[in-house]
Design a protein around this ligand. Structure first.
Ligand code: ATP
Length: 593
């Protein structure tokens, strides 16, 4: 079922509405920090262009010198110098350009990751993770081409084109006019096709992203897929996505293939006419052979930038299409984090609640509230249990305390202050959270424990691991605390993962501890050890436990019974047995003894 839901989300997602259309102007802020490097590249590129366009003039000088029986040596030396100089400058330009391209991409990737990791929780609920990965990797790679080949090729092509034009006009305005006609026809064609290229390129990126999302989805649930014998089915889905990316790529190739011959015909036509008319003019004495040769070389120089500009234009369009997808993420608002009222531990007035929900309603979608008008108070240092049937909204309630979501109405207050006004880092640092199913961070045991306490010493970590009976697991590997737990803790058993989460939470010094079904994956002996570790937790720390075991519930100071997102009853075990039919039923039939 979940699998199907994710698939539908991916199918529906695929950015059909289309991200915002950006232009080079929107890209400029990402180039601004590199303007010094860009100026250097521009200067080197200009110098290289000067040397390129000087070559036909040198050739003309050589041919005319041969005609006038003058010495050839100096001309040859100049030609060699100019050619070598140009090669050197082009090499320098290429390196500086690639380096700038990498620096721009680094900046973009940093902006992206700063966003991707700070989005409001609902964005992760609805977007496939692979889509983020694709934007971070594939799209930024395509954007790089705007800098490395697109922009500069385009600018240097225009420079070269202008220089060739000026020199051709100076050599023979008549022949030049004939050339211009052909170039205009080609340029109009290229502009027209350029627009189509951008649309197709964006489609290609989207298809690649959809494919990445499907692969990521399949890998994340590989065991489920194998166990359900769905490998071939998934292979077909990913294959179909790859085929759609192929179709988009082929459509792109088709467009590019139209541009190339169009330009060749224009240029070849111009070349033949120039050769024929130029020959007549040389025969009539209106032009020297050296001038005709120089003109033809300039014609080649004109072809080169036009082809180069055409390729660059295509790359800029493709880069902008990828940049659209990056800009879409960068434009998303991040999770609310007010400048932050500092927490006032010391000002807790006696008898005041530590945490309070006042008429809180919240729905993942506008259509259906998951929590409806929830009100309760939690005293500092108290032990609170939350119970209720599956889907009643227990985990959602903890997620609201963690401030993963903001209530649609009502207020959650911590030490009398609305949690929306508290600084995020300060507030979250005061809460330890053991999630349902206890996911672990890919990395080492130490990495996971340090999430609870950044500066935990090895001795502290070992002590807490002993408390949750993980010493033996750590001792199995010579690496000890640096033992890898695998992707999302996949190298650990479910119970070991849950105990590792316990260790992380116990190690932290947070004032409030949220536990979501914290003993669901351990046997009763381990559970006893864990619960006794909990008893050892300072009485100043407040515990809020979504419980499925009667033993945890009975000992609580306060039990909140949830049903269909509403508070059904609040009280102690004894009170609720007498007053709440739902609780009595839960205690009798559903809570494990
Ligand atoms: P259980 O005991 O089965 O873990 P629960 O009481 O903890 O259930 P919640 O996980 O809070 O229930 O879910 C309450 C409702 O909200 C369910 O109907 C669930 O489908 C829905 N829900 C939970 N998380 C999300 C989400 N991220 N996006 C949309 N709906 C969600």
């Amino acid at each position: 079922m979940t699998d199907q839901l994710t698939a539908t989300a991916i199918d529906n997602f695929d950015a059909k509405a289309g991200p915002p259309k950006t232009s080079l102007k929107d890209f400029w802020p990402h180039l601004r920090d590199h303007r010094f490097a860009i100026v250097i590249v521009a200067v080197v590129s200009l110098a290289a262009t000067v040397l390129t366009v000087a070559q036909p003039l040198v050739v003309r000088g050589m041919i005319d010198a041969v005609g006038a029986s003058e010495a050839l040596g100096p001309w040859v030396a100049v030609l060699v110098g100019v050619t070598l100089g140009e090669a050197l400058l082009r090499g320098l330009q290429s390196f500086a350009l690639q380096r700038t391209g990498e620096a721009v991409i680094l900046g973009l990737r940093k902006s992206l990751i700063a966003r991707i990791l700070r989005l409001p929780m609902h964005q992760y609920d609805h977007r496939p993770k692979g889509d983020f990965i694709s934007r971070m990797g594939a799209d930024t790679g395509v954007v790089r081409s705007i800098v490395t080949s697109g922009l500069f090729d385009f600018i240097s092509a225009i420079l070269m084109f202008l220089a060739a034009v000026v020199l051709m006009v100076m050599l023979d305005p008549f022949l030049f006019a004939i050339t211009v006609g052909s170039v205009i026809v080609g340029a109009v064609g290229v502009t027209f096709v350029g627009k189509a290229i951008r649309v197709i390129s964006q489609r290609t990126q989207e298809e690649v992203s959809a494919m990445t999302s499907l692969v990521e989805r399949a890998l994340a649930s590989i065991r489920l897929i194998r166990a359900s014998d769905a490998t071939a089915h998934e292979e077909k889905r990913v294959g179909a996505a790859a085929a759609r990316a192929y179709d988009a790529g082929v459509a792109m190739a088709r467009l590019q293939a139209t541009v190339q011959p169009l330009m060749s015909i224009c240029i070849q036509g111009a070349f033949i006419v120039v050769l024929a008319l130029g020959g007549i003019r040389v025969a009539g004495g209106q032009m020297s052979i050296g001038e005709l040769m120089a003109f033809i070389l300039y014609l080649f120089l004109l072809v080169m930038p036009v082809t180069q500009a055409m390729g660059a234009f295509t790359q800029i369009q493709a880069g902008l299409a990828a940049f659209d997808r990056i800009a879409e993420i960068i434009a998303l608002p991040i999770e609310e984090d007010p400048a932050g009222i500092p927490l006032r531990h010391q000002h807790q007035t006696a008898g005041a609640p530590l945490l309070a929900f006042d008429n809180v309603s919240f729905g993942y979608s506008a259509a259906h509230p998951t929590l409806d008008d929830v009100t309760f108070r939690i005293a500092p240092g108290s032990r609170v249990a939350i119970v209720g049937p599956s889907g009643a909204g227990k985990s959602t309630l903890l997620a609201l305390i963690e401030r993963f979501y903001i209530p649609d109405s009502g207020a959650i207050t911590y030490q009398g202050c609305n949690v929306r006004e508290l600084g995020m880092s300060d507030y979250r640092n005061s809460i330890g959270y053991l999630e349902q199913n206890a996911p672990a961070l890919g990395g080492t045991i130490g990495d996971n424990l340090r999430l609870g306490k950044r500066d935990a010493t090895a001795a502290e970590m070992e002590a807490v691991l002993a408390q949750v009976q993980l010493t033996e697991v750590v001792a199995r590997s010579a690496l000890g605390l640096e033992t890898q737990v695998g992707d999302s803790g996949g190298l650990l058993s479910g119970g070991e993962r849950q105990r590792l989460s316990w260790a992380r939470v116990l190690l932290g010094q947070q004032r409030v501890l949220l536990f979501d079904e914290p003993t669901s994956s351990v046997d009763s002996t381990t559970e006893k050890a864990l619960l006794s570790a909990l008893e050892g937790v300072s009485s100043e720390r407040t515990l809020i436990v979504v419980a499925h075991r009667l033993s945890t519930v009975v000992a609580s100071d306060q039990i909140i019974v949830l049903k269909d997102g509403r508070v059904d009853a609040i009280g102690t075990h004894g009170e609720l047995l007498a007053n709440s039919a739902l609780y009595a039923d839960l205690a009798r039939n559903q809570l494990l003894t």
